[in-house]
Design a protein around this ligand. Structure first.
Ligand code: ADP
Ligand code: ZN
Length: 789
């Protein structure tokens, strides 16, 4: 934090005695600096982690900020460096108790440093908005007597008003002599049968007082009424026992450590998490379980809920009030197991003993807005700060964590190579789509072999999951004769065609009087919509819808299997509450075929699913990103795990145009080690993670010239620091991002590669101390980016 940034906050006054209480505050809205304030005696003490309201900026606007250092001696405050200037004064304290404890404060500092994000922004992200707003909090009024029992007895005789007499008697009998024993207002009025008037009288006579208490509405967040068979009485198999013994030994050491649990789907990982948590609770400690948001279905939550009594949940399906209730439950020690999505890593538990991160490799653990943290990596750091253990589970561990197991002594690799009860892995079959027939609309999404299998399992009343990683109807609208494609006017991407049932699209005509197709083209980045002309505006010939979309799949299914009950699930439907309902319907057999994007590949457990079809294994391979192979491998393996999760035999059909692609071949063969070996060769050759570390400086602006100038300046600064500090790093760019324009913003990137994380840290800690770049453009720093799109 530079001094010149703090300077203007000191009012121009002199000769005041040094202030008695000084705190340091981080504001959410402020840039990368913290500010010192004096605190008047009336509101002292203020503790670390409490929020205050204080005048900020030239205009002294009241802003909310976190106290990040309490009780700073004057000599160490910013005021001491700036003789003759006076500190501003905190206006009020917002929270009765600190929202974050010292351990979470340390974690916040680490995140702020590592992910190059202002501390105030990190702190703001650590506490749910619902908590800060006090969602679902009601204020209730309570009444108590301010006189002694003897005085009350006297008053009961003396008072002339019948109602007043009655009220004092009532409070006297209940011994309501202080705010703790006070009687709730409505209850009192009902007991006495009076209104507010006699109470007011008594208050005027100073016989009683009104206290305000805030209470939280009681709102259960754990879904009820889903039947799950009781479990947990079985014996662990040999692999599980070995793994658990190792984890328990780690837990007993009371030292920080990480276990990477590599186990195929259904190998009993979750069961191990549960037993490890039981062990932690026995030791009087607490645990956090992180799951990817979409795996936080009623199914999983229920499973934990059945095994633990004091559990709290945090996921996006909760209302604000429910979220606040859950958080307060954790804060007040009423929960010792927290299960939630990414941000649950900040759950305010004390005595943390274990953090479990399931599906550790999931990209959704990375937050894509500032602070751009990875929930898994923060979990590891938090475990370290708390001397706790961390279990990372996955069927397809990330290359980063695998290599940690080789190079870092705190990491330990355990594996569960078999499915529990020795259920066979599903049979995997590759279907080469190049052999299939191509119709006027493009290819058939359901190939002949897939259709055959689907028919078979439907006849047996079994269920199927079909996966297609594309929303909409087709992924581009294309003229076969002149090669014109429809592009978004704001973004550098092709538009996706969505069919619409909405009548307003039916009778539309273009300016030239042609009929429109029944539907519209939409940009999945900026959500701009356009109508689609029936004919190509350039050559007048007909448009074709190329590519694959989940809507088209749904249509083809309806045509080929008119009697099957099919449903589609994708991020469009995810936004709605129906999502959880749909999964439940599928689980309870009211849907035969579930089609959707990759979110259905995650963590679900449906024993009656015996067929999984991957409509196109290639979609993620086409992404120009260095993790494309890894993602493709993970996706196929994950989806495969959905099939045959019971004694019924499962089959997985993988359709592809790229049958020779290694990621696909290894995935179909179930050869994780083979894939890792192949992929590591490539990563090493290109200095990519897990060998080197990456950071991306993304710059964007609507005006390209301005952006260009800013990019050049950024590059110069980076080069200067690297040269001055003699850092070992490679810098690429500025270059256009893969999607070079989104929502009219041109996007450029500078990519930094370095063999050590500390090099990247060193570079950015110097970069952030420099004044903002000119011309001013939007800058986003992404450390350990999850993709380069
Ligand atoms: P994963 O998390 O690796 O997919 P789970 O822990 O969910 O695996 O286990 C899959 C299923 O097998 C669950 O229904 C679980 O209750 C059951 N299970 C786990 N371990 C055993 C065991 N040792 N014996 C019998 N059933 C088990
Ligand atoms: Zn767009």
């Amino acid at each position: 934090m530079s001094r010149y940034q703090t300077k203007h906050l000191f009012a121009e006054e002199t000769e005041e005695p040094p202030c008695r209480h000084i705190i340091r505050v981080a504001f959410e809205s402020a840039a990368d600096s913290e500010f010192d304030y004096q605190v008047p005696d009336e509101i002292w003490p203020i503790q670390l982690g409490q929020r205050v309201e204080a005048p900020f900026g030239r205009k002294d606007k009241l802003e909310k900020g976190f106290c990040v250092e309490a009780d700073i001696p004057f000599e160490q405050s910013f005021a001491a460096h700036d003789k003759g200037r006076k500190l501003k004064t905190v206006k009020s304290v917002i929270d009765k108790e600190p929202l974050l404890n010292a351990e979470l404060m340390d974690l916040a500092r680490w995140i702020s440093g590592y992910y190059v994000c202002p501390l105030g922004q990190v702190l703001a992200a650590m506490v749910p908005a619902a908590v800060k707003k006090g969602a679902g909090v009601k204020t209730q009024q309570y009444i108590y007597l301010t006189i002694t029992a003897a005085e009350a007895e006297k008053k009961i005789d003396e008072l002339r008003g019948k109602k007043q007499k009655h009220i004092v008697t009532c409070l006297y009998e209940r011994k309501a002599f202080d705010s703790d024993s006070a009687m709730e207002l409505n209850g009192l009025m009902a007991a006495v049968g009076c209104g507010r008037e006699p109470l007011k009288r008594l208050a005027e006579k100073q016989l009683l007082k009104i206290a305000h208490k805030t209470i939280l509405k009681s709102l259960p967040a754990i879904p009820k009424g889903i039947s799950i068979k009781p479990e947990g009485h079985f014996l662990l198999n040999e692999d599980q026992q070995k793994a658990l013994a190792s984890i328990k030994a780690q837990i007993n050491s009371d030292k920080f450590g990480v276990t990477l649990l590599h186990g195929v789907t259904d190998s009993g990982k979750t069961e191990l998490y549960i037993r490890a948590i039981q062990k932690i609770l026995q030791k009087g400690k607490t645990a956090i379980v992180l799951l990817p948001e979409i795996a936080l279905t009623a199914q999983t939550v229920q499973r934990f809920n059945e095994r633990f009594e004091k559990i709290a949940v945090m996921h996006s399906g909760l209302t604000a009030a429910q979220r606040n209730v859950q958080w307060q439950k954790i804060k007040s020690g009423q929960a010792d197991v927290v299960i939630g999505a990414r941000s649950a890593v900040f759950a305010p538990l004390s005595k943390l003993g274990l953090i479990v991160v399931d599906e550790e490799h999931e990209p959704s653990y990375k937050q894509d807005t500032a602070p751009r943290y990875n929930g898994r990596d923060v979990a590891i750091k938090r475990a370290q700060l708390a001397n706790a253990h961390c279990i990372l589970g996955s069927a397809t561990p990330s290359l980063e964590m695998l290599s940690n197991c080789q190079s870092k002594k705190h990491f330990n690799l355990l594996s569960l190579p078999k499915r529990v009860m020795d259920l066979p892995m599903p049979q995997m079959k590759l279907i080469d789509l190049r052999q299939g027939e191509i119709t006027q609309k493009g290819i058939n999404l359901v190939s002949e072999p897939l259709a055959r299998h689907l028919k078979e399992i439907l006849a047996k009343k079994e269920q199927a999951i079909l996966l297609l990683n594309r929303r909409g109807y087709s992924n581009f609208v294309f003229c076969p004769s002149c090669k014109h494609t429809l592009h978004c006017r704001n973004c550098d991407v092709t538009l996706t065609f969505h069919k619409s049932k909405a009548p307003r699209y039916k009778r539309m005509r273009t300016v030239t009087g042609e009929h429109m197709n029944y539907g519209y083209a939409i940009c999945h980045y900026c959500l701009a919509q356009t109508l689609v002309p029936e004919k190509c505006p350039l050559c007048g010939k007909g448009f074709a819808m190329i590519g694959l979309g989940s809507q088209r799949l749904e249509e083809e299914l309806a045509r080929k299997f008119p009697n099957a009950r099919t449903s589609r699930i994708d991020s469009d439907s995810m936004a709605s509450k129906d999502y959880y309902q749909l999964l439940q319907d599928f689980g309870e057999g009211r849907i035969d075929v579930l089609a959707g994007t990759q979110m259905i590949a995650k963590g679900l457990h449906f024993p009656n699913v015996t067929l999984v079809g991957i409509i196109s294994a290639d979609t993620s391979l086409y992404l120009p990103d260095f993790r494309a192979n890894e993602r493709t491998f993970q996706l196929i393996s994950q989806v495969a795990g959905r099939a045959g999760r019971s004694t019924k035999k499962g089959i997985v059909l993988v359709q592809t145009f790229l049958a020779n692609q290694p990621a696909i071949r290894f995935a179909v063969a179930g050869d994780f080690d083979g894939f890792v070996r192949e992929e590591l060769k490539h990563r090493r050759a290109c200095n990519l993670p897990p060998f080197w570390r990456l950071a991306v400086v993304g710059l964007r602006d609507m005006k390209f010239d301005k952006l260009d100038a800013a990019c050049k300046q950024m590059r110069q600064r980076i080069d200067r620091i690297i040269e001055r500090e003699a850092l070992k790093a490679t810098v690429r760019g500025p270059m256009p991002a893969v999607i070079s324009r989104i929502q009219r913003f041109h996007r450029m990137q500078i990519i930094i590669q370095a063999p050590e994380a500390t090099t990247i840290q060193g570079l950015f800690s110097r970069l952030r101390a420099e004044p903002p770049i000119r011309p001013a453009v939007k800058v986003a720093i992404d450390i350990d980016p999850i993709n380069l799109l």
